[in-house]
Design a protein around this ligand. Structure first.
Ligand code: ATP
Ligand code: MG
Length: 312
């Protein structure tokens, strides 16, 4: 199996609060199940751009598992690394947004099928046949065996000189222990591309300002550092250069998944041989377009839509 991009992590379904400021303390209406999971959204967006992408993950033998599996298969993701288990049900997330911009999650992950990923599933041969490994930090917090699997994939990819890209994608709701910080820093030190939010880059580097965070990462040999700034656009730091892009004006319906689609847009463009600047331009468009649809994976942008947007 030859893959442009391999990712590892949670396949889940998501239920979204129908109204803003809806809490989890009272009976309210939710919309779902939507296919979701940061690595799943990421890899779906990668293949929508015409690259070969696969995900190592696990689903239960239930309709939630079928929901996410069928969607990835239909969109063209290589599903041969998706495992199934009878013992656990598919991962589930509930999310609600507040008018102050905050959001709350409830995740059913560590003891779900999403947690049933093991290092034995990885072989040298598998990693030899990829171009890029992309890791989402949220997956590291699922449980110990998922974390060990990801560490093994990172070590093998490093050994075989593959591109390693990393989005720390911290979900405070999933816990931020010292061990979590250690493994995030370990993966950052092996990555040549880091894509992060403004706030989370300070958390992972334990620095007070962006400048110190960037120079810390450059010192541990990260070649390309991309900072995602939500409705303020994005910027990239590499060599001694900085390049930033203004946000595309869109009507934001649902920001979930924007960062994952953005990551996919950037990585896919780099793998297509585009410059860092052009890759940022493309990722910024994809991130913006992705927020115009409700549902975490519903905003993925296909190649034609992107090319059409670039022509205008
Ligand atoms: P998350 O907190 O969900 O992990 P993230 O930090 O990974 O988010 P965002 O910064 O929310 O990702 O979004 C990624 C990119 O998508 C932004 O840098 C920007 O390019 C684009 N984007 C997101 N929201 C908007 C918006 N409302 N308008 C224009 N562009 C947007
Ligand atoms: Mg993110």
């Amino acid at each position: 199996m030859n893959l442009d991009v391999l990712t590892i992590g949670e396949l889940l379904v998501e239920f979204m609060a129908k109204k803003v400021d809806q809490d989890f303390l009272h009976p309210e209406e939710f919309v779902g199940p939507f296919p979701s999971g940061a690595p799943a959204i990421f890899i779906d967006q990668v293949v929508k751009l015409g690259l070969k992408g696969g995900i190592l993950g696990c689903i239960g033998e239930d309709d939630f598992g079928k929901n996410i599996f069928d969607r990835l298969e239909k969109d063209g993701v290589d599903i041969s690394l998706i495992k199934r288990t009878k013992e656990y049900i598919t991962g589930i997330a509930f999310v609600t947004y507040f008018s102050n911009g905050e959001r709350k999650f409830i995740f059913h992950l560590p003891h779900s099928a999403a947690g049933q990923i093991y290092p034995e599933y990885l072989s040298d041969n598998l990693i030899k046949n990829i171009k890029c490994l992309h890791i989402m930090g949220c997956s590291l917090a699922i449980n110990e065996n998922v974390k060990k699997t990801i560490e093994k994939a990172v070590d093998l990819s490093y050994k075989y000189k593959k591109i390693i890209s990393f989005d720390p994608n911290i979900r405070i709701e999933l816990g931020l222990s010292e061990e979590y910080l250690r493994v995030i820093n370990y993966i950052a030190s092996k990555s040549s591309i880091i894509l992060s939010g403004e706030r989370e880059i300070l958390t992972i580097t334990q620095k007070k300002d962006l400048k110190s965070a960037i120079s810390y990462l450059q010192n541990i040999d990260t070649k390309i550092i991309v900072i995602k700034k939500g409705k303020k656009g994005a910027e990239v730091y590499y060599d001694n250069k900085t390049y930033s892009v203004k946000p595309i004006k869109v009507e934001e319906i649902d920001p979930t998944g924007a960062g994952d689609c953005f990551d996919a847009g950037f990585i896919a463009s780099i793998l297509e041989g585009r410059s860092i600047e052009e890759s940022l331009v493309r990722a910024n468009i994809i991130g913006a377009l992705s927020v115009t649809k409700k549902g975490p994976m519903e905003g993925v942008v296909d190649k034609e839509t992107l090319e059409k947007f670039l022509r205008y």
